[in-house]
Design a protein around this ligand. Structure first.
Ligand SMILES: NC(=O)NCCC(=O)O
Length: 417
């Protein structure tokens, strides 16, 4: 398929067996799925796919026809485009509730050294054809990546990047409101927020734009990383918006921003509030989190009987000044490679193949939301959850006098002569 003949240097990852190239591909392929498809016989690929990405209603996930306009935009602007359809079983008392969801991943558009305004404008322009492709494809709900309107500069700890922060109704929201109106589309827009009412406080926030271009609400990132180069706590605090679920024209949605995906309770509470789709707009790099990436989202979709849309940035963003993060590594000027690989996970444990690891992309998925209740009825996770046990445990755990429930082997404390 699209294997690159030129095998470049490895991506600074010295682990034995790593074939990840400097260009962000996997052994010259854009994604694991494409590597496998090209390397295996059709029968073996089918079997491997069944085990790796599961079956939806007993069948391999169905690809969706991509409209010519969207195909044209993807080849003209060089972005990956893939489309799939998640079915649910036919019900006798309910009509199917099919919603078309789009996820966009992208690299920044110009180097981080150019003036901020130009950087922002270039990202806006870069996204336009991808959003247009989503609109031409009839996408109902579109989600962009974490802090899509800026480079992910939080590794640097330099405060000048705060200039990118905008109020909820700032220029990034206004830009997307036009697309929301034009395409009758709900848009989830994760931005760096500046809260003008509360002393110019900065937050990592997802703005929910309704299909009429109105602002439905916002959610602020609950869990802030303090790992590796993710020095985000230098810029903003833990969110204060709880776990809102937004009832939109197309379904009930929640947003679990990036690092929140490592916290099962965060996923849980969006589910308890009734989410049918939870988006996970992210910015994360291969060396840190790639083995976790496909597992956590999929597990959340299964455990909470909802769909998860996972989105990650693409590419390597190099900053003007080198930095360190107190982890013993030599100073460096980039985070590493943001590995894209956006995908959708369903409550029945099926999931789409991932978008490209090294190119911009649009992933379109039809989801019959009836699947959520069907999986609740089948597995009964809500009914068997025993929340009262955990409510009791947690309420004791958060108290200073908490004592863990440990029963020691009495022989451990006997003196052996
Ligand atoms: N943006 C962000 O929260 N990244 C943290 C790294 C990770 O969770 O993989």
């Amino acid at each position: 398929m699209e294997r690159k003949e030129e095998v470049g240097k490895e991506n600074g990852n010295s682990e034995e067996g790593s074939q990840t190239l400097r260009d962000g591909s996997i052994c010259g392929f854009e994604s694991l799925s494409r590597l496998l498809e090209s390397s295996l016989s059709p029968q073996a690929f089918k079997e491997v796919s069944r085990m790796l990405i599961g079956l939806n209603c007993g069948k391999a996930l169905e690809p969706l026809e991509i409209v010519e306009t969207a195909k044209g935009l993807s080849s003209q602007h060089d972005f990956d485009i893939q489309a799939f359809s998640f079915h649910a079983d036919k019900e006798l008392l309910r009509e199917p509730r099919v919603v078309r969801v789009g996820l966009i991943q992208n690299s920044i558009a110009v180097p981080t050294t150019v003036p901020f305004l130009e950087q922002k404008k270039a990202i806006f322009e870069k996204l336009k054809p991808i959003i247009d492709a989503a609109g031409a494809s009839g996408v109902n709900i579109l989600c962009l990546q974490e802090a899509w309107m800026m480079p992910f500069a939080f590794c640097t700890r330099e405060k000048r990047w705060c200039e990118f922060a905008e109020p909820i109704d700032g220029e990034s929201t206004q830009y997307l409101q036009g697309f929301a109106r034009k395409y009758n589309m709900v848009i989830v827009s994760p931005i760096l927020e500046r809260d003008l009412i509360h002393g110019e406080t900065i937050w990592n926030t997802a703005v929910i734009i309704g299909n009429n271009g109105n602002i439905i609400g916002k959610h602020r990132k609950n869990h802030i990383p303090r790992v590796g180069d993710f020095n985000e706590s230098t810029y903003y605090m833990e969110g204060n918006t709880g776990h809102p679920v937004f009832e939109t024209a197309y379904g009930k949605i929640g947003v679990n921003i990036c690092y929140g995906r490592h916290h099962p309770l965060n996923w849980l509470v969006f589910g308890l509030n009734g989410a049918e789709i939870v988006f996970n707009p992210s910015a994360t790099v291969g060396e840190l989190s790639e083995p976790m990436w496909p597992i956590e989202a999929r597990n959340a979709a299964i455990a909470n009987s909802y769909f998860v849309g996972s989105i990650n940035r693409v590419g390597t963003e190099v900053f003007p000044n080198p930095f360190t993060s107190g982890d013993g590594k030599p100073q460096h000027a980039d985070f590493g490679h943001f590995y894209g690989s956006s995908h959708v996970s369903a409550p029945d444990a099926s999931c789409t193949p991932s978008l490209s690891r090294n190119r911009d992309g649009l992933l379109i998925s039809d989801m019959d939301l009836n699947l959520c209740r069907q999986l609740k009825d089948k597995w009964g996770f809500r009914m068997t959850a025993r929340y009262e046990l955990y409510a009791d445990m947690l309420s004791r755990y958060v108290k200073p006098d908490f004592e863990p429930q440990i029963i020691s082997d009495p022989l451990l404390h006997k003196n052996h002569l």
